[in-house]
Ligand binder design. Structure first.
Ligand SMILES: C[S@@+](CC[C@H](N)C(=O)[O-])C[C@H]1O[C@@H](n2cnc3c(N)ncnc32)[C@H](O)[C@@H]1O
Length: 209
């Protein structure tokens, strides 16, 4: 059982109080493009990325209450105004709260690997998920996926070319082990310290998609 920590932060939103889809320009007070991090953990990646890209509005979601709490604290310490945090499940949140075609970028770093073969169908990212998220990306919107888990990385890298409406930004490679300019998350650093390699996958929704 998660011990629920009350999150009393102006950056934390309760999705149930939002319209469907949510009015993000009203929430952020501007109409900058939206970016979404799924599974933000403790918020280290989003905090750095939101500093780099002040003209994007970032939504960070995680189902983990303590992670959302830590993310809010980190963002408040950095005085970042272009991020909002929600404790939400990815697919449900996107379907209910994100307007189709609205996302300039989606970031998914080290999602739960479900290493046992019989649990693989629980993995978040696969070709069905890529097709689902494509509808919510703007034309030219970026899809980033990173994992330390070899067969998750290779499965996603090998599935993506068959998903219509995306172009591979790392071509001719299907994945890389380093991605210039991309911040390393807590889990990436932890796995790299254990000698593991990260698999980065980067696709862009085509402008005619
Ligand atoms: C292994 S951690 C990685 C955290 C962070 N991205 C990093 O790289 O340091 C995976 C995170 O994804 C969250 N998560 C797993 N499934 C999710 C889902 N369906 N929707 C939202 N968050 C999810 C977990 O709660 C956890 O915080």
């Amino acid at each position: 059982m998660q011990r629920m920590i009350e999150i009393d932060s102006p950056l934390f939103l309760n999705a149930r109080e939002l319209s469907s889809p949510a009015d993000w320009p009203a929430i952020f007070g501007n109409d900058h493009p939206l970016a979404l991090e799924i599974g933000c953990g403790i918020g280290d990646f989003i905090a750095r990325t939101a500093v780099d890209l002040p003209d994007l509005n970032f939504i960070a979601i995680d189902i983990y209450n303590k992670g959302c709490y830590k993310t809010c604290r980190r963002l408040e310490k950095s005085r970042l105004a272009n991020v909002r945090v929600l404790r939400e499940e990815a697919r449900q949140f996107v379907a209910e709260r994100i307007p189709k075609g609205a996302l300039a970028a989606v970031y998914i770093n080290c999602p739960d690997p479900w290493p046992k073969k019989r649990h693989r169908k629980r993995r978040l990212v696969n070709s069905q998920f890529a097709e689902f998220i494509r509808d919510y990306l703007a034309p030219g919107g970026d899809f980033f996926f990173a994992t330390d888990f070899d067969d998750y990385g290779i499965d996603v890298a090998e599935a993506m070319p068959a998903v219509e409406g995306f172009e591979n930004r790392l071509a001719p490679d299907l994945y890389r082990h380093e991605l210039e300019g991309y911040h390393l998350s807590k889990y990436m650093l932890k796995f790299m310290a254990e000698g593991k390699r990260i698999y980065f996958v980067h696709y862009r929704k085509t402008t005619d998609g």
